[in-house]
Write a protein that binds this ligand. Structure first.
Ligand SMILES: Cc1ncc(COP(=O)(O)O)c(C=O)c1O
Length: 378
């Protein structure tokens, strides 16, 4: 029988965390249980709330000889098409505390801004969103459709954040940012608490013990929110594997050096939400000891994986997975095809793997392009 094309997917780099020591109480001191509980209580009370599906990648688990591969499909989150809907909008509600005469602001690569804009719209607030030259017009338009004023600035994400901070100070706007800086920790913690809702949902969606989680990272907020959710909700602690683009591996570098380490991004990854050069400080406190391994992957497998999800190559159902949803799948396939890594990670026929399908076709134009390209490789 001919070998399946996708089995050629390979990671770029794989490391062990020499400082691994998962400590629930330490993690929950950084993001405490009250915040985690409140996030779920608040979000699950929103009018349109529904847990996102936990799908089975049954064809892929059979091929890789695993017990289960669960795929949390965040493309279905509140119609906003990414897990980010859980963070920004929740933070807006908590920070605003019922005030109406407030303008909220943020800088974004796309999905976080959409969440803040949506939260502001639901509460009838003005919203200003700062984006860099790298954010597509499709994404900008989606935020305008949520009544936000979108301000495009010269330079990269960091430039958009700096201008957002400056303008917000000048105009007395409330910044709802998902990254931390000195004396700005509450909002990033709230967004992370929002993300932990995914784990609450999973804890009731399956009776299987999850043995491994592959977690995509940009600045690390999603990964740390999920790890805190694991510390709070899961009885057994799975292995945690961080996945990043090969040219934006700030979490991997930081874990290697045991201190936050910047990466100078020479070429932006196509996985735009994950193309980040610095790990955020609050997530770092959680991730530094709770991550078992870090993996980097190349952009070149993104189109193929988008098509694999859409064309039922990995499951019985068709799944809309955008660029950032793909690297967990690539990492899993490449580890399973590498006998040494299979042993290191203790991956076997009893493994229940969790993958986070963090976004759907959030950028429709890019999604269509990736899908068309990827169909040639499945
Ligand atoms: C759409 C999207 N944006 C951003 C991120 C990165 O999140 P964070 O910056 O919180 O690590 C991800 C996944 O890691 C993602 O899928």
């Amino acid at each position: 029988m001919q070998k399946k094309l996708y089995l050629n997917q390979k990671f770029t780099k794989f490391i062990n965390n020499e400082n691994f020591e998962f400590d629930r109480s330490k993690i929950l001191k950084i993001l405490n249980g009250d915040l985690i509980e409140d996030a779920y209580k608040t979000i699950s009370n929103w009018q349109k709330y529904q847990p996102t599906p936990l799908e089975s990648l049954n064809k892929l688990s059979k091929e890789l000889e695993l017990k289960n591969i669960f795929y949390k499909d965040e493309s279905k989150r509140f119609g906003l098409k990414s897990f980010k809907a859980l963070g920004g909008a929740y933070a807006v509600e908590k920070i605003i505390k019922g005030r109406k005469d407030i303008t909220v602001s943020t800088a974004t690569a796309g999905n976080h801004g959409k969440s803040v804009a949506w939260g502001a719209k639901n509460l009838g607030l003005n919203c200003k969103i700062f984006i860099s030259e790298n954010v597509s017009e499709t994404r900008a338009e989606e935020m305008r459709n949520l009544n936000a004023e979108v301000i495009r600035v010269k330079g990269n994400y960091d430039d958009s954040l700096n201008i957002c901070k400056k303008e917000s100070k000048k105009n007395n706007w409330e910044i709802i940012q998902d990254v931390a800086w000195p004396n700005y920790e509450l909002v990033p913690k709230l967004t992370m608490a929002g993300y932990s809702t995914m784990i609450k949902e999973i804890s009731v969606q399956t009776n299987e013990y999850i043995t491994h989680i592959f977690l995509q990272a940009g600045v690390g907020g999603m990964a740390a929110g999920v790890v805190a959710g694991v510390a709070y909700y899961f009885k057994k602690v799975p292995k945690i594997i961080i996945v990043e683009p090969e040219n934006a591996n700030c979490v991997m570098k930081s874990i290697e050096n045991n201190t936050p380490t910047s990466v100078n991004i020479k070429k932006e990854s196509i996985m735009g939400g994950m193309s980040c050069g610095d790990v955020s400080l609050v997530p770092w406190q959680i991730l530094k000891n709770s991550v078992n391994n870090c993996i980097t992957v190349s952009d070149k497998f993104v189109p193929q994986t988008v098509a694999m999800l859409a064309d039922k190559v990995v499951s019985d159902i068709s799944i809309v997975g955008g660029e950032c949803s793909t690297p967990g799948i690539t990492s899993l396939i490449s580890c399973c095809n590498n006998e040494k890594k299979r042993i290191t990670l203790e991956i076997n026929e009893n493994s229940n793997i969790l993958l986070i399908g963090c976004e759907g076709s959030a950028d429709m134009e890019l999604y269509d392009k990736l899908l068309t390209e990827g169909k040639k490789f499945i």
